[in-house]
Write a protein that binds this ligand. Structure first.
Ligand SMILES: [Zn+2]
Length: 296
């Protein structure tokens, strides 16, 4: 059932108190909004601590940022909320805060995009670092926009974090997941070692995700060294195309099989197949030489 405006107001206040109690904001930092109508957004105003805000202090703006209702002024950071709503229809809530571990990575310029923990791979895929933008300008929304299609959580370079969701609790829990993941990463780095999962392990985790029926089309996946793994089928499909190519090139007979070691993407050939490959290549080279000598 659709929530009433008063329930949405209470939800925003609840989230504000949580982000304040978690230590994700200082002074007047942070902002929370919910899209409550096609052109109406309920949001926190500028200049208030999120720990002491009350539901009557929330304001309403339209998607262009003009105030519709409320006695306080919209936050200058509302622009990034509105740009999310304009560019991603499925999203109805945005949370912005400065959680210290996540923001530490944002200040260090380090995205949290490696395949490290199954919960993050399943829930978020990974967290990108969006380029620094001057506060209150359109630079921040413009730098987030390219990532909107696939991601739901973002590190804002030298600034903080942003999370978005179908409702405000989804957005909030994504921020929680980000902050805990950043904290765990930080501790692992202090210990001196971050073990990244291997491709087969990541594919199995993504398979679980796919079995949950989660969106596979708009999913960023995660990174192992220079390779981004987005699908449980990535390896199988790249292997299949490679196999087809090899089979066409060398015309293997149908009773021979090409297999692959899953971890290192090497082809395993039998002695017969190798002889056939070499023979075919040599024949091709020889026939090319013949063609060339004929042309002469
Ligand atoms: Zn901020």
């Amino acid at each position: 059932m659709e929530k009433t405006e008063s329930q949405h107001r209470n939800d925003i206040i609840d989230i504000c108190k949580r982000i304040h109690a978690n230590g994700w904001v200082a002074s007047n930092d942070g902002n929370v909004s919910i899209r409550i109508g096609p052109n109406t957004v309920l949001c926190t105003p500028t200049g208030l601590s999120k720990g002491y805000i009350t539901s009557d202090q929330l304001i309403k703006v339209n998607l262009d940022g003009q105030k519709i209702e409320g006695f306080l002024q919209p936050s200058s950071e509302i622009k990034m909320h509105l740009d999310v709503y304009k560019n991603k229809e499925t999203i109805n809530a945005v949370v912005h805060a400065h959680p210290p571990f996540a923001t530490g990575f944002a200040v260090a310029g380090v995205p949290l995009d490696e395949c490290v923990m199954p919960e993050i791979i399943i829930g978020l895929g990974s967290i990108p670092l969006t380029k620094f933008g001057t506060p209150s300008t359109m630079e921040i929304p413009e730098n987030i926009r390219p990532y909107l299609k696939e991601y739901n959580v973002f590190l804002l370079e030298n600034h903080g974090a942003l999370s978005i969701g179908e409702d405000v609790y989804k957005a909030y829990y994504r921020m929680e997941s980000l902050e805990l993941f950043a904290k765990i990463n930080f501790i692992a780095r202090l210990i001196g070692k971050v073990n990244v999962l291997n491709e087969e392990e990541v594919k199995k985790v993504i398979k679980v995700r796919e079995q949950f029926g989660l969106d596979t089309e708009n999913y960023p996946g995660c990174r192992i060294d220079g390779k981004v793994i987005k699908s449980a089928n990535d390896l199988a499909s790249s292997f299949a195309s490679q196999t087809n190519k090899e089979e066409m090139k060398y015309s293997f007979s149908s009773n021979k099989t090409v297999s692959q070691k899953q971890n290192d993407e090497k082809l395993i050939l039998t002695r017969d197949m190798l002889v056939e490959v070499i023979t075919t290549v040599v024949k091709n080279v020889l026939s090319n030489i013949n063609i060339l000598s004929n042309v002469k």
